[in-house]
Every structure is written in structure tokens, then in C-alpha cells.
Write a protein that binds this ligand. Structure first.
Ligand code: AMP
Length: 426
């Protein structure tokens, strides 16, 4: 035996094919059609970026930059990173192409694989896929509401309703620093009760303590001073208007003062969609406003708000509620020639049908017995098999076998193309 099986996909990274991939296609189709209805057009960035694209923007003390990036170094010494998240790469591209000088606002979405070195578990992978949307150059609270409504509609379009929308404001450069001091003072007085990681984080990133999953930290945080009570006037007004916008459309949200998001670049609105269908990794998606991110690349501030959803987690939630849309694969037939003469007849015809859009799978092994060929047809889950042997050739007809019922009927060879298109091409 060969030892091929020793070569495995990297832990936390999966192969996708067959019926599983068909589910993905159905889910993608619905997501893309909602994004289209909201006016978002696709943006693709390369899978590799310069290290600084993320280290400058996401924040040195975030999990992503501290420990989750797949880094590599080229022979010339360039440090590169496999994209761990979409927004920083998007803003790099906006600045590179000067898109912020163009029309206001602009709406983009991306659908790309992301790479993070995390401990794999249900709903947490090392290569996963995100669909994200970015609404650029609109500072208004209604833009934030639109982004939340868009993410909500992506889920609703499947009939998914079991999730909560948690919204918060993380303030801005004016009101966040004094709030951080207030929070630090509170946490400092209880430092012994914090988990070791939060004790370390507390000095430079006290906000991160707010979303620590450790039960004692979470308990402590319940009574901590809240950012929403320390917002400056403009941030407060913005926050209220986001909620008003959502209320106008009848979307219920929960105000959650502990939503701070794992990434440093957010200002004002931060939100998360969580679902109890997912287990421990309960976040379906999240996002927020990131007006200051462009400044981290040395540009002026560029108003922007966006979200990212995890496609694998969306699939998990949809599976749990049997909400994956049915895939309409269209018709498909199998050509089973028995012998060289039959093969010669069917070969060209199979391509004539393919060219007209009908899926035809033809056996290129006409010496194989009928039983073997029909077994392949069955495995390929085609709707019907066209059988042509010497007897049929003599009569100038083929046998059409419907796979589901097993019914067989004869069709004149000269009518075959027309009949196949009429019966199986949708
Ligand atoms: P983030 O970029 O961390 O805000 O994540 C946005 C969304 O991507 C999350 O809400 C998840 O749905 C998904 N996600 C994040 N990390 C992972 C991961 N390691 N594996 C699978 N999905 C993930």
C-alpha cells in the first residue's frame, strides 16, 4: 500500500467538494443577491499583504497581531502575511487607488478566505471565509444603521431568525482616552481577580478586558463603568441616531456595553450578531465604524463602516435549522456507448448538447459492460442514461433509462439531440 494518506490538509483548513460545496454555492448565491440589492459591488484584494498592513492597523495588542498571523519572509527579506481579516487590506487598497477621491459614498463587499492561527474547534478554523461589506465616505449614523440592516437581511433572506444583534459605541479619540482611565482605575482596584491575560492587557488595552470570556473577568466587568455613559456629545448623538434608524425599520437590537470587538480600529458604533445555534463560537458576524483606520496608514481620516460574517458559521446555523436553500442543478444525462460504433455516434453529439448548455457526462470506455456504465451513471446522480449498443444502432434508436424510476423507452437516434434538450434542458 502507498503511504499517500500521510499527506493531510493543514489542521483547521478544509477541502470542499461535492454536495457540501453545492450548499456553499446556494448560500453564496443568496448572500450575493442581498448585497446586490443593497448596492454593494465586489472588491478583491490579494491573499498576501505586507506585514505592516495588519500590524499598523489592527493593533499591536490584538489577538490577531499578537499571535494569529501566518507570516512568511521572501528571499529578499520582505515580510508578508496571509490575510487574517479584510478591512485593513481594503483600506490599503482604497488609499493605493485613491478611491476616497471619487464619489461619496461607495459601497463594496468582499468574499475571501482569511487565515488565522487559532486553536481549531467547531466554528473556528485556521482558513475560513468571510463575506464583508464596507460603506465608504459616509459619516452619518444612517450609514451604520444600513450596514447593520444589510447584515440582518443577509440572514433573514434564508429565513434565519435565531440571533441577537448587540450594539455598542466605543467612542472616539476624544472620549475614549478619559474613559480608558476611568476603566483602568476600576479594574486596577480589582486586579487580583482578573485572569492572567487581562492583568497583562489591562494597562495598555483595558477595553479588551470587557470582552474577556473568562467567567470571573466577565463577572467583574458587569459592574464596570460603561463607555456609553462616558461618550462625548457628538458620539452620544451618533449612537442615539443609529438606534433610531434601526427602530424606524423595526429592527430590535440589544444595547451591550461589552461589545468592543477584537480589533483596535473601531470608533463609535461596534456591533455583533450572536446566535445560540453555534455553541461556544457564537458570533455570526460583526463590525463597526472605522473612520480612523486610514490615519494608521498615514492618510487623513476616511469615514467608513462595515461588517464581516463568517461563512462557515452561517452554514452551521443554517444547517441547524435546515435552512440551506435547495440547489437547482438543472438536468444532466449520461451517455453509455457499448462498443466503438456506438461511441463514434455519441461522442460528437455529447459535445453538441454541452455546447447548448445541457450537462452530458459520457463514458469514454465503450468496452466496459452496460452494468458497469449504469453504475457510474447512478453514482453521478444523473437524471437519465442514454444507452446505445449494436442492436439499437441497427434499429436507428437509443434506449433512454430514467434513473429514478428505472423506466426505459426508445428514442430515434436522429431525434436524440432535440429530445434531450426538450426533456432535460431547463
Ligand atoms: P472578526 O473579523 O474577528 O470580527 O470576525 C468576523 C466573523 O468571522 C466572526 O463573527 C465569525 O463569524 C467569523 N470568524 C472569525 N474568526 C473565525 C475563525 N477562526 N473560524 C471561523 N470563522 C471565524
Amino acid at each position: 500500500m502507498s503511504n499517500q494518506a500521510q499527506y493531510k490538509a493543514i489542521r483547521g483548513m478544509h477541502d470542499l467538494w461535492g454536495e457540501e460545496l453545492e450548499k456553499w454555492h446556494a448560500v453564496e448565491k443568496s448572500c450575493l443577491s442581498t448585497l446586490h440589492a443593497f448596492g454593494y459591488t465586489e472588491f478583491r484584494t490579494p491573499v498576501l499583504e505586507m506585514l505592516e498592513v495588519f500590524s499598523q492597523s489592527v493593533g499591536e495588542e490584538t489577538d490577531i497581531v499578537e499571535k494569529q498571523m501566518y507570516q512568511l519572509q521572501t528571499e529578499s527579506g520582505e515580510k508578508l502575511v496571509l490575510r487574517p481579516e479584510g478591512t485593513s487590506a481594503f483600506v490599503r487598497a482604497v488609499l493605493e487607488h485613491q478611491l476616497h477621491r471619487l464619489a461619496h459614498p461607495q459601497r463594496y463587499f468582499y468574499y475571501l478566505p482569511m487565515f488565522r492561527y487559532e486553536r481549531p474547534q467547531k466554528g473556528r478554523l485556521r482558513q475560513f471565509h468571510q463575506i464583508g461589506a464596507e460603506l465608504l465616505l459616509d459619516p452619518s449614523p444612517e450609514a451604520d444603521a444600513e450596514i447593520i440592516l444589510l447584515l440582518d437581511q443577509i440572514f433573514k433572506a434564508f429565513g434565519l431568525t435565531e440571533y441577537e444583534i448587540r450594539v455598542n459605541s466605543v467612542g472616539c479619540e476624544t472620549c475614549r482616552p478619559p474613559y480608558k482611565e476611568v476603566l483602568k482605575k476600576y479594574l486596577g482596584s480589582r486586579i487580583a481577580e482578573l485572569c492572567p491575560q487581562c492583568q497583562k492587557r489591562m494597562e495598555r488595552s483595558p477595553l479588551r478586558v470587557l470582552d474577556c470570556k473568562n467567567p470571573t473577568c466577565a463577572n467583574l466587568v458587569g459592574n464596570a463603568p460603561k463607555m456609553v455613559d462616558h461618550l462625548c456629545e457628538p458620539c452620544k448623538t451618533h449612537h442615539i441616531r443609529v438606534s433610531e434608524g434601526l427602530a424606524l425599520t423595526g429592527l430590535p437590537v440589544v444595547q451591550d456595553p461589552n461589545i468592543v470587538r477584537g480589533l483596535d480600529y473601531y470608533s463609535r458604533t461596534a456591533f455583533e450578531f450572536t446566535s445560540n445555534l453555534l455553541g461556544a463560537q457564537s458570533a455570526l458576524g460583526g463590525g463597526g465604524r472605522y473612520d480612523g483606520l486610514a490615519k494608521r496608514f498615514g492618510s487623513e481620516a476616511i469615514p467608513a463602516v462595515g461588517f464581516a460574517l463568517g461563512v462557515e458559521r452561517l452554514l452551521l446555523a443554517l444547517e441547524a435549522k435546515s435552512l440551506i436553500p435547495k440547489v437547482d442543478k438543472g438536468g444532466s444525462i449520461y451517455f453509455a456507448p457499448l462498443g466503438k460504433a456506438a461511441y463514434d455516434q455519441l461522442f460528437a453529439l455529447s459535445f453538441a448538447l454541452k455546447r447548448k448548455g445541457l450537462q452530458v457526462l459520457m463514458s469514454y470506455e465503450p468496452e466496459k459492460p452496460l452494468k458497469w456504465q449504469l453504475k457510474q451513471a447512478d453514482r453521478l446522480k444523473v437524471e437519465a442514461a442514454v444507452i446505445l449498443g449494436d442492436d439499437e444502432l441497427k434499429k436507428g434508436e437509443v434506449v433512454l433509462k430514467e434513473m429514478k424510476t428505472g423506466n426505459q423507452s426508445a428514442i430515434a437516434l436522429e431525434k436524440l439531440e432535440e429530445e434531450m434538450l426538450r426533456r432535460f434542458h431547463q
